[in-house]
Design a protein around this ligand. Structure first.
Ligand SMILES: Nc1ncnc2c1ncn2[C@@H]1O[C@H](COP(=O)(O)OP(=O)(O)OP(=O)(O)O)[C@@H](O)[C@H]1O
Ligand SMILES: [Mg+2]
Length: 343
């Protein structure tokens, strides 16, 4: 199996390029799945997906020799699945019905980042030839990989382990010998909040602890899979004017964490070649187009000058004459991706 992860700032074309890449891979005979971990779900309109399905095969006309599948990240469903798969038999309902569970599952921002690796793990076990991952625009480029690692450190820390394992006993044992300091902290926090929230959280954690530990273990393995250069390649998507800044930012982020950078796509580049001929408005337009095209070419030259040695490929993708919505536009971008990417 191979995994391709597309990164980029907002609106540069990550979703379009990810979907187009997956389509090109299906055309090349692979069983491919494109997963979006972006809550905005633009993938739905790009591929014209059916409503209500979290995973579906995309029908292609003409049919491909491979298969194209698309999956969305639903945080609640991913967490529910993890509980059903990994909790002990009698515990599933107690966890799913606990009031704290709903609060955690619905705290979208944090959970989105934690559940992305869980979803990648669930899908990586499904026997696809390739997974293409469309990420959310983010100022913290790799939050969806950093957060699970912080979480697993936290879950593995002695204090958290101790609380998870001993809370039930401590809560019911008047003679509990756990440090008074800890009990005092609970009492003070609860007095401030005026609820027994802390106790509820701890009670929940004491039944959820094995799920949290299991999650942490899988997250560490999934991140290792994403770090394996034989399996995973990260690609940066950018646009001509942002190319220098974006490439520097994402390359640094990837290199400092030892992820493999596969390449950079400078999307929406104006490349049509043609003599600037004509008079009046037509002439002015042609001149304007030529000037923009030249400025894009100059940006690309600088980019190559600075980063060629650090990146296996730097390639352009053209500005289309339409939005990238629906399969015909994706087929066009996909053909460019396949022709330009060195894998
Ligand atoms: N090569 C292209 N030619 C023309 N339009 C394009 C091209 N690439 C992307 N677009 C358009 O740009 C817009 C943003 O594209 P897309 O949703 O793929 O970007 P994104 O990086 O995933 O955005 P977000 O950061 O919001 O997730 C869409 O309207 C899409 O149709
Ligand atoms: Mg997107």
């Amino acid at each position: 199996m191979k995994i391709l992860v597309y990164l980029g700032t907002g609106g540069v074309g990550k979703t379009s390029v990810a979907a187009a890449t997956a389509l090109a891979m299906a055309r090349a005979g692979e069983r491919t799945l494109v997963l979006t971990i972006d809550p905005a779900l633009r993938l739905r309109s790009a591929l014209r997906l059916q409503e209500g399905l979290l995973e579906q095969q995309v029908p292609l006309d003409p049919p491909a020799s491979g298969e194209l599948w698309a999956a969305l990240l639903d945080v609640r469903a991913t967490l529910d699945d993890a509980v059903r798969m990994y909790a002990k038999a009698g515990m599933v309902d107690r966890i799913l019905n606990h009031p704290i569970y709903a609060t955690i599952a619905d705290s979208l921002v944090g959970m989105q980042e934690l559940m992305a690796v869980e979803r990648i793990d669930q899908l990586a076990k499904r026997g696809f030839d390739s997974l293409v991952i469309d990420t959310a625009p983010s100022r913290h480029a790799l939050e969806f990989l950093d957060k699970p690692m912080y979480f697993s450190e936290l879950v593995g820390s002695n204090w958290v382990k101790l609380v998870g394992r001993t809370y039930k006993w401590m809560a019911t044992s008047p003679m509990a010998s756990l440090s008074e300091k800890v009990l005092d902290v609970y009492a003070r926090v609860e007095a401030i909040l005026g609820t027994d929230l802390v106790r509820q959280v701890l009670d929940f954690y004491s039944i959820f602890v094995s799920i949290a530990e299991g999650y942490a273990e899988r997250a560490v393995k999934t991140v290792a899979l994403l770090k394996d250069p034989a399996i995973t390649e990260f690609r940066i998507v950018t646009t001509p004017r942002k190319a220098m800044r974006d490439t520097r930012f994402f390359l640094d982020a990837l290199e400092s964490r030892q992820f493999r950078t596969g390449g950079v796509f400078v999307n929406r580049t104006w490349e049509l070649d043609g003599a600037a001929a004509g008079e009046g408005l037509v002439g002015s337009l042609a001149e304007w187009y030529a000037a923009v095209r030249q400025s894009h070419a100059a940006e690309l030259d600088s980019l190559r000058g600075e980063f060629d040695a650090r990146v296996p490929f730097i390639a352009t993708l053209p500005e289309l004459d339409s939005d990238v919505d629906g399969l015909p536009a994706l087929e066009r971008i996909g053909a460019w991706v396949a022709a330009r990417a060195v894998t």
